[in-house]
Design a protein. Structure first.
Length: 141
């Protein structure tokens, strides 16, 4: 099933992530695709908030992985600099698939050929200075 949303600022994108978090189950994997600045991190910050995470969310661009603790933990990956299966494996990504948490993967385009199918594929498109079109597709319905 596809659901399409339009957000007009950071807060609306954050709020969409927060609301979407309420629909998730442990071990769900979210692949997020979109250009720089398209809202992926804002959405993930909302996810962390909606999941009740106690850690302050931020972009994992340089760390590759941020873990946000809470009643439903979130593993937030940024695969921008990951280009090979070996590099993906070295991030610990596959180990986290067995954990009781939600996994969100920004820049999934870089790993889609090396990884199993996600639970959700979420695309972000910039359609104006602050306006974003966000499409959420549930995989394997």
């Amino acid at each position: 099933m596809l659901k399409k949303y339009t957000t007009h600022n950071y807060k609306e994108t954050f709020d969409l992530g927060r609301a979407f978090a309420k629909t998730l189950s442990l071990k769900d994997v979210l692949f997020l695709s979109g250009d720089l600045g398209s809202g992926k991190t804002a959405f993930c910050c909302g996810l962390a908030n909606g999941l009740g995470c106690i850690d302050e969310p931020s972009s994992p661009t340089y760390a590759i992985l941020n873990i946000y603790r809470g009643p439903t933990p979130l593993a937030h990956f940024d695969m921008y600099r990951v280009a090979t299966e070996y590099e993906l494996e070295s991030t610990g990504f596959f180990d986290y698939l067995d954990e009781d948490m939600i996994i969100a993967v920004e820049w999934c385009e870089n790993i889609v050929n090396f990884s199993s199918s996600p639970t959700y594929f979420i695309s972000f498109e910039t359609v104006g200075t602050t306006t974003r079109e966000i499409i959420i597709e549930e995989i394997g319905e």
